[in-house]
Design a protein around this ligand. Structure first.
Ligand code: ATP
Length: 366
């Protein structure tokens, strides 16, 4: 069993920098939870408080029901993997992996067995006699993970462990860490600024902004049901398009100062009623926009005349950078025909997939 609970946790650095602001979440036994958010949102500080490397200013960190705020890091039964690997350069891979166990006075035989087991699991057996400088970035990262595994900790913490790897290796290591989680069935908390890593790895994701939790949910719930404009824009690539629209009576919207009109499906009528006569933010993901020929499955369509600005062919699909005049947006369409830039075309918005956000609070309306 290894359950981690943060209740009303704050971190206030001197000069009153509130890095972590009333954070609450629960990581269940064997769960893989990702903390994600832009640079400076407080994710590393949160992880470091769980590890005991940073003092908690207020609130409680509980591991298996016990408050650990005053328990030193070495007694928390937690292992952390850092972005820069933090390997000892003068030690071999074997000694790097064995070091923590030696300190804890494990018998030599058991140390050897655990190091070999972990090296086998991570495919680094043939490097055990090498020093870190004779390894590639990916191999060093595996050693850093191996050093955590041999300890058989209650909880694994990862702080942006893949940031120093090239794009291809990052994708490969991502899969390896997921596989490792499936094999070890351990509780893992993983910090990243990369929403794709968060989406692909997490059982659940905690989205942070300015030290505050924005939403805690499964990847698909975050994607399909974002609670506010920040989460909607942060999760997904290319990001969700936002436009300012005016709500009119009779389920009508206008964009571009009234130049373009959109009919709303019935389901939005009630939620947008209080906004009649006002402006709200309209959100639509690039993949919910179609060229007219491929929109045959779309039930509630809105036709939007736009000018093609830039075309990016991705192989299986196109990213189209479009403009209505006052609003720029991106569509991700499947087509074999590449439209020339500068051309005016009608695009189809799938109105069953759109979201509306309150302009003042940025909370979701529907
Ligand atoms: P990144 O992805 O860039 O590492 P992060 O989300 O992990 O960012 P943190 O490193 O947790 O963010 O930092 C959160 C906030 O706390 C930032 O505004 C940062 O400047 C501030 N901060 C972090 N460490 C200290 C410190 N020792 N003293 C003062 N402020 C700090």
């Amino acid at each position: 069993m290894a359950e981690v609970v943060l209740s009303h946790v704050y971190k206030i650095f001197d000069k009153n920098v509130v890095a972590v602001d009333d954070v609450n979440f629960e990581v269940k036994n064997k769960e893989f939870v990702v903390l994600v958010g832009p640079s400076g949102c407080g994710k590393s500080t949160t992880l470091r408080m769980i590890a005991g490397l940073e003092e908690v200013s207020e609130g409680g960190i509980h591991i298996d029901g016990k408050v650990v705020n005053d328990v030193p890091p070495k007694d928390r039964d937690i292992a952390m993997v850092f972005q820069n690997y933090a390997l000892y350069p003068h030690m071999t891979v074997y000694d790097n992996m064995a070091f923590g166990l030696k300190l804890r006075k494990y018998p030599k035989k058991e140390i050897k067995q655990r190091v070999f087991e972990a090296a086998e699991l991570l495919g680094i057996k043939e490097y055990l006699d090498r020093k870190p400088k004779a390894l590639s970035g990916g191999q060093r990262q595996r050693v850093a993970v191996g050093r955590a595994i041999v300890r058989k900790p209650k909880v694994f913490l990862f702080d942006e462990p893949l940031s120093n790897l090239d794009a291809k290796l990052r994708v490969q290591m991502r899969t390896e860490i997921i596989r490792l989680h499936n094999r070890l069935k351990a509780t893992m908390i993983y910090v990243t600024h990369d929403q794709i890593e968060a989406m692909t790895m997490g059982d659940r994701i905690v989205v942070l902004r300015d030290g505050k939790v924005q939403q805690i949910d499964t990847p698909l719930r975050l994607y399909n049901h974002p609670r506010n404009k920040f989460v909607a824009g942060f999760i997904g690539s290319p990001a969700m398009n936002f436009m300012e629209v005016t709500v009119h009576k009779n389920k009508k919207l206008t964009i571009d100062e009234g130049r373009l009109k959109i009919e709303l499906p019935e389901k939005f009528k009630t939620s947008l009623e209080p906004y009649v006569g006002k402006k709200v933010t309209f959100g639509i993901r690039p993949e919910d926009i179609y060229d007219r020929e491929t929109a045959y499955n779309v039930k509630h369509k809105a036709l939007i005349k736009s000018k093609v600005d830039v075309v990016e062919p991705m192989g299986n699909e196109l990213y189209l950078y479009l403009t209505t005049g006052l609003n720029n947006y991106i569509a991700r369409v499947e087509t074999d025909v590449i439209p020339p830039s500068g051309i005016e075309m009608e695009f189809v918005f799938n109105m069953d997939k759109v979201h509306f956000f309150d302009n003042e609070t940025e909370e979701i309306i529907e």
